[in-house]
Structure formats: structure tokens, C-alpha cells
Design a protein around this ligand. Structure first.
Ligand SMILES: [Zn+2]
Length: 167
């Protein structure tokens, strides 16, 4: 009888064959699972990002759906992401006018939770997301300031003669 080894153990030939077959089946199952997961990700990426049923106060939602930067009205179709905490959802909406994410502030969410009789969510969750978005807002604000400065310079240069007459 020849000696067979399987993961450091001595096993009979038929046991090793069975273990090998089982290992190959497990690898095949894992591969299928990965492929299914990839397909699911592709499906999700190509469709609406937020799905399902939510418990929503429509009056509150309609009052809150404005961009915090430019006060442009936001649309439900512009919701790009969602943070779910318990029974509450925080929608991340990209403003179609200034392309800045907007959302409900923690104070507003706390007020909503109080009305709904839900516990307040952890302040760290809000802060974590603020830290993610703050650099983007800073970048957009900086670019906006630079554009405004360049525009002011151009207008001043174009009207330098009339400005001299005024002074
Ligand atoms: Zn905006």
C-alpha cells in the first residue's frame, strides 16, 4: 500500500481522492459565487442606486430637498447613495447645478428621529461622513474662488480706461 498525504496527514488513497474531489468542488463553488457576485455588482451599478421601500415624512422630505450650497431644488432621481442607520436613511444627493453633495444635517435628522420616536444616531457616524466630504467641498470652494478672481481680473483689465476716468 502506497502512502498518501493530505495537508500533513497520512491518508488512504481513496480518502485522498475523495478529499481532492471535495476540494475541487469547493473551489468551483467559490468561483461560481464570485462570478454571481460580480454579475450582481454590474446589475446594481447600472440601475438606480437606492431601491426599496422607506418610511418617509413627505412634508419633511420636500422641505429638505434643497442644495445646502446653492439652494437649488434637489430631485429624488439625483440620490446617489444612502446611509442606513436603524430604520432611518440618509440620502446623499448630488446637486445637478453645483454638483455638491447635500444631505440632511444631524440636527434635522435628530428632530426627525424625535418625531418618529427613534433613538438618535451616533454623532461619530455624522462626523466620519463629514470628514469624507469636507475635502471635496474645500476643493470646489477653492476652484470657485479662483474662477471668481480670474473673472474679476479679466473684467478689470477690459475696463481699465473707464476705471481711470472714474478715479
Ligand atoms: Zn447646488
Amino acid at each position: 500500500m502506497s502512502v498518501h498525504r493530505w495537508k500533513g496527514r497520512y491518508v488512504k488513497k481513496n480518502v485522498k481522492e475523495m478529499l481532492l474531489k471535495r476540494s475541487e468542488m469547493a473551489k468551483e463553488l467559490a468561483k461560481n459565487k464570485r462570478e454571481k457576485q460580480k454579475l450582481k455588482e454590474v446589475e446594481n451599478a447600472s440601475s438606480y442606486p437606492v431601491k426599496g421601500i422607506r418610511l418617509i415624512d413627505l412634508e419633511y422630505l420636500s422641505e429638505s430637498m434643497y442644495c445646502s450650497k446653492c439652494t437649488e431644488k434637489l430631485f429624488v432621481q439625483d440620490i446617489e447613495n444612502e446611509t442606513i442607520t436603524g430604520a432611518a436613511s440618509k440620502f446623499h444627493v448630488r446637486c445637478h447645478k453645483c454638483s455638491i453633495h447635500s444631505g440632511l444635517g444631524q440636527t434635522k435628522i435628530d428632530q426627525l428621529f424625535t418625531v418618529m420616536g427613534l433613538p438618535k444616531f451616533n454623532v461619530h457616524i455624522f462626523k466620519d461622513h463629514e470628514r469624507i466630504i469636507a475635502p471635496v467641498i474645500e476643493l470646489v470652494a477653492k476652484e470657485s474662488c479662483e474662477e471668481a478672481t480670474a473673472l474679476e481680473r479679466t473684467i478689470t483689465e477690459e475696463n481699465v480706461d473707464s476705471l481711470k476716468n472714474l478715479l
